[in-house]
Write a protein that binds this ligand. Structure first.
Ligand code: GAP
Length: 467
């Protein structure tokens, strides 16, 4: 089978209305993307599936929707103001700017490709000084001009700054949130009191996050504006290891349930050196994107770090007293955090296929799970004369499912168009339908056709889509 390239995928996304380049008519804005009519449907379906699984189906969990712009003290407490930065160096020869850690990682990868292994450990865990020494010692060159002549490393904070009110000075500087988690931590007490929850309690949120990434790229994999689906799961310190194990598997199973190929997923447990000082365990679920393995979902055991910090900086008591044992403690937190856009990309990569259906005929299929497909079924009248009743059927089915109505081109061409956008069912309304009140339902994957009574259609499709 033909290997999927990012170029194929980006072209399909643009041509079929999944994703467009941002601000395109003005020449674009690099690495910004707009989700089109099909993209927004698919994205909403992913978010609903996540919400259903992690809020609705988990008895300990509830939802939240907090503000994007928060009191800047939140980011002081969380460590983002002082430590959320990338190590940057400039090439003195050609004046291009680079992330030191990325230069090292790319060098290691190219060395490995050439059959040379280096025992480096985790690059993320290296100090700026260590990175600088490593680059000098191994004579790692600038990817642009191939010289090894860099400035010392400077830390570049990734948060987007803006100002509240009419004057622009330090006293009214605020930040666009770099993660949704901050809003959950500061609302822990509110949510716990309002819902009268006992521990464990999971608070879930979906929302935009902003990071001034130095090396955005790979389509929607790394962008400066993206969406996260995060959960902060507050629990007794003695149970956090167990909950980490539980969510590690639950997140993996969720990805498989929305149609991501199991063989293209793997767990990557962080080594001791890689773990941040307060975390006792972090696992990334990685996906094999066309450009290589990359992080999709992070599941971290963050201990009591966040609540302790917010308690210290806000002066509010964020401890919890167990009503049965009277034990008072700061809950520990397990945090599964995933990007909607990365999940979207993994789902598209996993479902895209080109099938040879005859010697001189092939079709592009997005084999999306029916549950998340943007369009569930397309209604295709076989003749103009049938449009009145076919359109009525479309309007009726649209009350239950997101449907499309297509009258243009041959039936074969219409099938292909729907295959390419992942529509699991095509419904042909023909002359017999006028008298026998049945339609032909064609299955995207098997291409088999079945005659179904119009009165039974909603139940039939519901079963096929959601079971
Ligand atoms: N609160 C924890 C946190 O934000 P993270 O590993 O920085 O952790 C979590 O981000 C997830 O958000 C990642 O696993 C990834 O799916 C997504 N993500 C992070 N940065 C991103 C970016 N620049 N573009 C798109 N998605 C991103």
């Amino acid at each position: 089978m033909k290997e999927l390239t990012m170029t194929d995928l980006i072209a399909l996304c643009k041509n079929r209305g999944f994703i467009f380049a941002g601000s395109e008519i003005y020449g674009g804005l690099s690495n910004s993307w707009d989700y089109g009519p099909l993209g927004v449907e698919l994205k909403n379906n992913l978010k609903s599936a996540w919400w259903k699984r992690f809020v609705q189906q988990e008895p300990n969990n509830v939802g939240l929707d907090s503000a994007i712009i928060m009191n800047p003290k939140v980011w002081e407490a969380s460590g983002h103001l002082s430590g959320f930065s990338d190590p940057l160096m400039d090439c003195k020869a050609c004046k291009t700017r680079h992330r030191a850690d990325k230069l090292i990682e790319e060098w290691i990868a190219s060395e490995e490709q050439a059959g040379r292994k280096h025992r480096v450990g985790s690059v993320e865990a290296m100090s700026a000084e260590k990175m600088q020494d490593f680059i000098a010692k191994n004579k790692i060159v600038c990817p642009n001009c191939k010289k090894c002549d860099f400035t010392p490393i400077r830390q570049f904070n990734l948060m987007f700054k803006t100002f509240i009110g009419v004057t622009e000075d330090n006293t009214n500087t605020v930040y666009l949130r770099p993660e949704t988690a901050g809003g959950i931590f500061v609302n822990f007490k509110n949510v716990q009191r309002a819902t009268r929850s006992k521990m464990p309690l999971g608070i879930c949120q979906i929302g935009k996050a902003f990071r001034n990434e130095i090396t955005p790229g790979n389509f929607i994999f790394r962008t400066r504006e993206f969406e996260q689906m995060e959960m902060e799961f507050f629990c007794h310190p003695s149970s956090s290891k167990e909950w980490h194990t539980y969510y590690r598997q639950a997140c993996f199973d969720f990805l498989v349930s929305i149609g991501i190929n199991k063989d293209d997923l793997r767990f990557r447990d962080h080594s001791k050196e890689e773990l941040v000082f307060y975390s006792t365990a972090t696992t990334d679920i990685e996906y094999k994107y066309p450009f290589g393995w990359g992080e999709l979902w992070g599941i971290a055991n963050r201990t009591d770090y966040d609540l302790t910090q917010h308690q210290k900086f806000s002066g509010e008591d964020l401890s919890y007293t167990d009503p049965f044992t009277n034990e008072t403690y700061i809950p520990h937190v397990v945090e599964p955090s995933v990007g909607v856009d990365r999940m979207f990309l993994a789902v598209l990569c996993s479902s895209y296929r080109v099938e040879q259906i005859a010697d001189d005929d092939e079709r592009v299929v997005l084999g999306l799970s029916p549950k998340i497909a943007p369009i569930k079924c397309a209604i295709l009248p076989l003749s103009k004369k049938l449009e009145e009743n076919a359109f009525k059927l479309f309007q009726n089915l649209n009350n239950s499912f997101r449907c499309e109505y297509d009258t243009t081109g041959s039936i074969g061409k219409r099938y292909r168009r729907q295959d390419e956008i992942g529509t699991p069912f095509c419904i042909t309304y023909d002359f017999d339908s006028e008298t026998d009140h049945k339609v032909t339902v064609r299955n995207r994957d098997t291409m088999e056709q079945e005659r179904v009574a119009i009165d039974d259609l909603v139940g039939y499709l519901h079963k096929k889509i959601y079971n």
